[in-house]
Design a binder for this molecule. Structure first.
Ligand code: NI
Length: 261
């Protein structure tokens, strides 16, 4: 087990839930066998925090972008600032977290769509993959992603909750499927079926911490040390070893984001 290197492809250590201990916690997580963490910004303030964490910790990488929840606070011209953050450090590996959220509808849907499309264009210009958030917006997300995939855009659909057929279509377009703590929850048959059927070579492990801690830590503050529980569940579903899950999913992250471990 100690030989395994796991990567957390989606985390939010900028979150206020980590204000008290992030500087001490991140080295502990690295020591515990998490080889790299991609911290995903959600607005301009967290782009700044992400940049400072990347500078401080060699194993922290970053995604810069405006989340659908936050885009109502911004004007499309503010994406100039996202561009500046995305080019400010060579460990910026993606544009994210971007996408559509029709569950909360914190921002008007047309604003969400504008920001999603503009940031897909930004990613193409920067030659970076995207990290996509999609909640109760499966078809609109798919339509926008497929349009830009034709221009060689790739990325990951994070915390994937859609059906198997759509996952397969994303994979055909060169995308990866992000799997997190939800896989350990009861009543997630659709996700379990997807994970069972899609190739391991297309799965990324993620926590989305501080949210969505897997069983047995469900309900507590999540952090990247919970990644092995997600890996173990995938291994069980696919009938393979945890070591195999760790090896292949870590290769997947290095391939998609150009991270060298
Ligand atoms: Ni997230």
């Amino acid at each position: 087990m100690s030989e395994m290197i796991l990567i957390d492809s989606h985390a939010h250590y900028d979150d206020k839930q980590f204000d008290k201990d992030r500087m001490a916690l991140l080295p502990e997580i690295h020591q515990a066998g998490i080889g790299a963490i991609i911290n995903c910004a959600t607005d301009l303030k967290t782009c700044e925090t992400t940049l400072s964490l990347m500078k401080k910790f060699p194993f922290v990488y970053g995604a810069m972008g405006i989340h659908p929840h936050e885009c109502k606070h911004y004007d499309v011209d503010d994406l100039e600032a996202v561009f500046a953050y995305a080019t400010a450090h060579d460990k910026v590996v993606a544009v994210g977290e971007i996408g559509l959220d029709y569950h909360y509808d914190f921002s008007p849907r047309d604003t969400q769509q504008d920001f999603f499309c503009e940031q897909c264009e930004l990613a193409i210009e920067l030659e970076l993959p995207i990290i996509v958030h999609s909640r109760e917006a499966a078809q609109d997300t798919f339509d926008i992603v497929s349009e830009y995939a034709q221009a060689d855009l790739t990325g990951v659909i994070h915390s994937y909750t859609g059906n198997l057929e759509m996952a397969e279509r994303y994979i055909d377009m060169g995308f990866y499927i992000g799997i997190g703590g939800m896989i350990t929850f009861p009543d997630v048959k659709k996700i379990l079926r997807t994970v069972k059927e899609i190739p391991l070579e297309r799965i990324l492990l993620e926590t989305d911490c501080p949210y969505l801690a897997p069983v047995p830590n469900r309900g507590k503050r999540n952090d990247s040390r919970n990644i092995p529980f997600i890996a173990a569940k995938i291994a069980e579903l696919k009938g393979i070893s945890v070591e195999e899950v760790a090896k292949v999913t870590t290769e997947n992250v290095t391939r998609l984001f150009g991270i060298k471990i």
